[in-house]
Design a protein around this ligand. Structure first.
Ligand code: G6P
Length: 611
């Protein structure tokens, strides 16, 4: 939620800031703005609407050139998306400008205190109080680092902040608690941003900033302290992908590109998973084998598509490790007093590694002494950093708000965790695990084969363009796939869509079927005991007028429907990685034919860093 970027160097800041914001727009896109320090003054332009509106405004009236600046793309929490609520925010004396991602929970108290001192606020945001407080503190000592430390001590809630000040033209300052902020180290220029994509075309050298830390950048130096001024040593890392991975590369949308990247993403997710002795390994494990052997229950937490990936993973992890697995929405988890012991393993799934609901659930689990392994696509993000073990999905940057390649690789990674536990606990022999990995290794080719022949989904999207409601039915691992298909259609095409476990049809949902109701059915494998039951379910809904579109294996000759969509055959546990592909494409094509913004659906954001 909200993308922030800061630049300090020897070039004009505006182009670097705009290119960073373009890469961060997935984090929020209801308004954008930049401030530049130039000629002893702060010059600001900010506009409601997508980044393009700001870019047009800057074309008509460019900001003066300046070598330090900050930029923000917003996802509104406090205050509607109008020009005056856009960031940056400036203090009343126009000495400092700040940008903020997160929520200042005590902003009302601070605002009232400032109003008593005669401060007038020009926005409805929580963030503006930070600009006012920083202005006051900076007025006291003229040391921006000191001032920021003192301000942070007063703030409750979550924040990443970046600021500039008129009397410190050679300094860019940032701070974070619970919200993401990374440093990019360039040649004679440095960056601060919500994530590395903002500066990847300038540098691949990055520094992690820890919790409750303030970072002070000049064009060629970087120092980090905690909120009490004690110096901290940051961890440097190298970004492993390049700028082209964050471009559309000729595709009309990032989502189209990311769907087509899925064969490679799954293959990359499987890369390097064996140690020299042929044992399965995770990227970083800080749990001993004994601790893994003592696990007696697994709880998977996640939000949105990550939650659906967890629902699918449950089938594999239980089957291979023989441990009971619960799957819970991260936003619900810590509020129900879950039963957690030292022997509980919590698996947190998050593409961004910054989803606040998941982070807070993870912390709750750790407070109760559970072990935590995370599955994440973003190196060095908060969730993997706070976990005892990490498996990175290695899918490359995912920009489109709707998750596709991250979702597939989350399932694969969670399966790997299940196999890892099964191997350490001695439930599976190494060669059994290797056989399963070999089957997993066949998936990239199968995914690619399906994607090459997926044109038909455009016709279906056209046919159902005006449907009032679309249902999705699945059973076993197909049930979470149905939920994911419905979520995709809702978020992209703004159509009413619901996923059901097909066995539940007769207990209520069948009442929704009318003449012509489209129903997407995920048919279980031919050799599954559920196959024939699903065939009966299809007959029941078709008898009531439904138009069933059946996603089924190419070798399933029992399905003769002209509306069948054929996917390559795969073992039951791996079928979701194929069955979800037509559903992704259906949602994508439906959004396109209905004329909606595929990559940036209304009201959503990719990385949701508020609870
Ligand atoms: C947002 C995104 C979803 C995503 C969910 C969880 O709602 O729009 O696509 O599945 O967050 O994100 P995470 O980064 O934790 O996987």
């Amino acid at each position: 939620m909200c993308g922030i970027v800061g630049y300090i160097g020897n070039s004009d800041a505006t182009p670097a800031l705009l290119s960073g914001l373009a890469r961060l727009e997935y984090r929020g896109y209801d308004s954008a703005g930049i401030s530049i320090l130039s000629g002893g003054k702060i010059a600001t332009t900010k506009r409601a609407g997508k980044l393009g509106v700001l870019v047009e405004a800057l074309k008509k009236k460019p900001l003066p050139a300046g070598k330090v600046g900050i930029g923000h793309t917003r996802w509104a929490t406090h205050g509607s998306p109008v020009d005056r609520n856009a960031h940056p925010h400036i203090d009343p004396e126009e000495k400092v400008a700040i940008i903020h991602n997160g929520i200042i929970e005590n902003y009302q108290v601070l605002k009232e205190e400032l109003e008593r001192l005669g401060h007038y606020f020009s926005s409805d945001t929580d963030s503006e109080v930070v600009a006012h407080l920083l202005g006051i503190e900076y007025g006291k000592s003229a040391d921006l680092t000191d001032a920021m430390e003192r301000v942070c001590q007063r703030l409750h809630g979550n924040f990443s902040l970046v600021a500039i000040a008129i009397d410190s033209p050679g300094v860019l300052i940032g701070a974070r608690r619970n919200s993401p902020l990374v440093v990019g180290l360039g040649q004679g220029e440095n960056f601060l941003a919500s994530d590395v994509s903002a500066f990847i075309s300038f540098t691949k050298r990055a520094l992690e900033i820890g919790q409750n830390q303030v970072v002070t950048l000049t064009a060629d130096s970087c120092s980090i302290s905690d909120f009490n001024g004690v110096t901290q040593s940051p961890r440097e890392f190298q970004v492993t992908w390049d700028a082209s991975a964050a471009e559309k590369n000729g595709f009309p949308h990032f989502m189209a590109k990311e769907i087509m990247e899925q064969p490679k993403a799954v293959a990359d997710c499987l890369l390097g998973r064996m140690d020299e002795n042929g044992h399965l390994t995770l990227n970083e494990v800080r749990l001993s084998d004994d601790e893994i052997r003592d696990i007696d229950k697994v709880i998977i937490i996640g939000c949105g598509s990550a939650y659906h990936a967890g629902m699918i993973a449950k089938y594999g992890i239980e089957h291979w490790s023989r441990l009971p697995v619960e799957v819970e929405l991260a936003s619900e988890f810590r509020y129900r007093d879950p039963i957690i012991t030292r022997n509980t393993l919590v698996i947190a799934i998050s593409q961004s590694g910054e989803t606040m609901d998941t982070l807070m659930a993870l912390r709750h689990a750790k407070d109760q002494r559970a072990k935590v392994i995370s599955i994440c696509n973003t190196y060095g993000a908060s969730i993997p950093r706070e976990s005892d073990g990490v498996i990175y999905t290695q899918a490359g940057p995912e920009i489109a708000v709707a998750s596709t390649k991250a979702f597939l690789t989350q399932i694969v990674a969670a399966y790997l965790v299940g196999l890892y536990i099964a191997e350490i606990r001695g439930i599976k022999f190494i060669d059994e695990v290797r056989d399963i990995l070999e089957e997993l290794g066949e998936l990239p080719e199968k995914i690619e084969r399906y994607l090459e022949t997926s044109e038909r989904l455009k016709d279906l999207a056209l046919e159902f363009k005006s449907a009032q409601s679309i249902l999705f039915l699945g059973r076993h691992v197909g049930f979470p796939v149905a939920l994911e298909g419905a979520l995709k259609l809702k978020e992209l095409a703004y159509m009413h869509a619901v996923g059901f476990a097909a066995g539940e049809l007769k207990h209520g949902p069948i009442a929704l079927i009318e003449e012509g109701t489209p129903v997407l059915v995920i048919m279980p494998n031919l050799n599954s005991p559920l196959h024939d039951k699903m065939v009966s379910n299809v007959q029941e809904i078709e008898a009531r007028g439904a138009r069933a579109i059946i996603i089924t294996a190419e070798n399933d000759t029992s399905i003769t429907s002209p509306r069948a969509i054929r996917i390559p055959d795969a073992p039951t546990l791996f079928q979701p990685l194929l069955a979800v592909l037509p559903l992704q494409l259906f949602a994508y094509e439906s959004a396109v034919v209905r004329g909606y913004d595929v990559d940036q659906p209304r009201n959503l954001a990719k990385s949701v860093t508020v609870e």
